[in-house]
Design a protein around this ligand. Structure first.
Ligand code: SAH
Length: 392
């Protein structure tokens, strides 16, 4: 798999886009069908038209109704009068030395979120955002220091996948079969900005669209939702989405977890583990990922590792160790490599896979916990620079 070569930074001019048309992106199949009937599509034809539109939008990546050649011309015109196919607008794109791509996109209201594409040998993972900002206030996460602005709509969430497919030329081409070429965006992780389980309905609708076999067609095994531990949302994820689960665990006592992941005061370690034990379909081939950020002197002792192993006993799991990505003013330091390796060894010896997450795209501030903050910081320093120059 190779990703197309592009300039390191691309700035796309912003266009104004006021519109009173209904955006079809993000509508569930049922909602799309209802919208088509509302716009005058005869009920008898509605199912077939839904299928046709679905394939154009989610399999071929078509944005213009005029290109939908299996629909009658006047029907295409009718669609165009009522609807649009709109995805978030790319403001800047950066490509890291390691091939990681970061997109800053603008959504309605002028808000911005970031999306990261991480190419690896056997897969390409897209890290998708679910909210503008975050309400969690995890003390080690830079995104957590920013105020929540709003939840993303289902269209804005699935639209992130669509814009990555645009950029990577990753749509099914005319005359090409669906499985003919491996997809460059082969995996989705809901690990960008925001807490997906605080925006459950929109995340669910977007992932249902992403998993639909007639469209984007990603298997539920290739989608991982990461949560800080919103317990009621975990069972719903199992029932209503069925994707893989990652938990931002990060500590082995409630005392420490209360500080690192404050939502622990609402749902403590015991409640969280009970929800995981009840998660459907867990097995050796479908394991929960425990994310564990390595903070020097805070949560990285041998004792922590042994406690972790005890806590998760009986849960099919893998432990993903994340070396802390520092940010200016952060109250923590990254654990040393030796400490991380020693910690990993204890967990590995207990029979768990313990991959250490290599920071990707650090040079473009695309690593875990750095999202959006980079842009905010750039903006701030520009203001500072202006002030210093007497322009502010
Ligand atoms: N709100 C969800 C989704 C965010 S996923 C969640 O909490 O799971 C982003 C992952 O990166 C989380 O595991 C988060 O705890 C971790 N993270 C945040 N800041 C980090 C940092 N500075 N260094 C390393 N990992 C960080």
């Amino acid at each position: 798999m190779t990703t197309p070569i592009t300039p390191d930074i691309l700035t796309v001019p912003r266009k104004e886009q006021p519109s009173d048309k209904v955006n079809l992106v993000g509508l569930t199949r049922d909602a799309l069908r209802a919208a088509l009937i509302d716009a005058g599509t005869p009920e008898k034809q509605a199912k077939m038209r839904t299928n046709q539109l679905w394939q154009w939008i989610y399999q071929k990546g078509v944005r213009d109704f005029a290109d939908m050649t299996n629909l009658a011309k006047d029907y295409r015109a009718k669609l165009d009068r009522n609807f649009e196919i709109r995805i978030p607008e790319v403001v800047t794109k950066q490509v890291s030395e390691d091939g990681t791509r970061k997109y800053l996109v603008r959504i309605a209201g002028g808000h911005e979120v970031e999306i990261v594409y991480i190419p690896e040998e056997d897969r390409g993972t897209l890290c998708v955002s679910s909210q503008v900002g975050c309400t969690l206030t995890c003390s080690f996460c830079h995104t957590g220091t920013q105020k929540l602005v709003r939840n993303l709509t289902a269209g804005e969430i699935v639209g992130q996948i669509m814009l990555a497919r645009d950029d990577l030329d990753d749509w099914v081409r005319a005359g090409e079969g669906m499985g003919e070429r491996p997809r460059l965006v082969s995996n989705i992780v809901l690990m960008g900005m925001g807490e997906p389980l605080y925006n459950f309905d929109n995340v669910r609708d977007a992932m249902k669209i992403a998993m639909d076999g007639e469209g984007i067609s990603l298997s539920r095994r290739r989608i991982t939702l990461s949560t800080c531990g919103v317990v009621p949302g975990i069972a719903r994820t199992g029932d209503e989405i069925g994707c893989q689960l990652a938990i931002s665990f990060h500590a082995t006592t409630d005392e420490v977890r209360d500080v690192l992941v404050p939502v622990n005061r609402r749902w403590n370690i015991e409640a969280l583990l009970a929800a995981l034990r009840a998660y459907p379909r867990l097995s050796n081939s479908e394991r929960v990922t425990f994310e564990y950020v390595m903070l020097a002197g805070v949560n990285d002792s041998d004792e922590d590792a042994r406690r972790l192993v005890k806590l998760i006993e009986g849960i099919p799991a893998k432990i993903n160790l994340i070396p802390f990505n520092e940010w200016p003013g952060a109250p923590y330091k990254r654990s040393s490599n030796n400490r991380i390796r020693a910690f990993a060894q204890i967990i590995y010896d207990a029979g768990y896979a313990t991959p250490i997450r290599t920071p990707r795209g650090e040079d473009i501030m695309a690593a875990c916990g750095q999202l959006k903050s980079a842009t905010e910081r750039a903006r701030k320093s520009r203001r500072e620079i202006e002030a210093e120059a007497g322009l502010g």
